[in-house]
Design a binder for this molecule. Structure first.
Ligand code: SF4
Length: 248
């Protein structure tokens, strides 16, 4: 008789308790024994270093107003800002406002935004958001998180980008892939879920820093603290960082 194959333990994800124990074992031993690195002095030191490295960090999506930034941000999902900027350079000439997008020919628009990827969904989001702006907000991008979240294709990340960058409203902290990775590396959170990370960061970062901090971390992630091989030797936060995947 052929013996029954042994069931693989944890064929899917292991339970949370096991994951936590494993993560504790693999944590960098140099890291001081504390749950999170969020004491105000350490956070202030991180912010000072970010100010030193990126004093004028801002959104890298080209735009002339809040509306253009909203469209560019929707298009930037899973796409580089450089690619979005190439597309919007001609797109905004053809579609200068919400009305133009709302009444666009969807197949034409799909082809125009195709280089940004996920073009069918993005077309639906862009046209839906523009219809929402026309129908509910008099053709203007709304200025509150509750209102902007009613637009199709707009979640908190996009809302924070637009409200923060275009209107200077600190509605929250933008949590993209860079902020997600670096806030964990810097021990500012232990969460992986963007909504929880945002809540954690909003507790430890002073509100008047929310907008700049988001841009600074995104810049840091693009230039230095990259996902695969962070350039720790060039990083001015190195003395404050105990990430287990540090390269120095
Ligand atoms: S030391 Fe390395 S891992 Fe830590 S923040 Fe700097 S680049 Fe990122």
């Amino acid at each position: 008789m052929t013996p029954k194959p042994k069931k693989k333990k944890f064929a899917k994800a292991p339970p949370a308790k096991v994951r936590a124990a494993k993560s504790a074992k693999t944590r960098n031993p140099k890291r001081p024994a504390r749950a999170l690195g969020t004491d105000p002095h350490r956070v202030a030191a991180i912010l000072a270093k970010l100010d030193e490295a990126y004093p004028s960090a801002t959104c890298e999506l080209h735009h002339n107003n809040a509306f253009e930034l909203l469209i560019a941000t929707i298009l930037s999902a899973q796409c580089t800002d450089a690619r979005v900027n190439q597309v919007t350079e001609t797109l905004f000439k053809k579609y200068p406002d919400a009305k133009a997008f709302a009444y666009a020919n969807p197949s034409e628009l799909e082809q125009e935004i195709r280089p940004t990827g996920f073009f069918r969904n993005k077309t639906k989001s862009v046209m839906g958001a523009c219809r929402g702006i026309l129908q509910n907000f008099g053709g203007e991008v709304p200025r509150s998180m509750d209102e902007i979240l009613t637009l199709p294709g707009v979640a908190r990340k996009t809302g924070n980008v637009v409200l923060g960058t275009a209107f200077g409203i600190p509605s929250g902290i933008v949590v993209d892939t860079h902020v997600q990775r670096i806030s964990n590396r810097l021990d500012l959170t232990r969460n992986e879920d963007p909504k929880k990370i945002e809540q954690d960061l909003m507790h430890v970062i002073p509100k008047d820093k929310w907008i700049l901090f988001s841009h600074q971390i995104i810049w840091h992630g693009r230039r230095v603290c990259q996902a695969r091989k962070p350039k720790c030797v060039e990083c001015n936060l190195e003395s404050l960082c105990y990430a287990k995947d540090k390269t120095v």
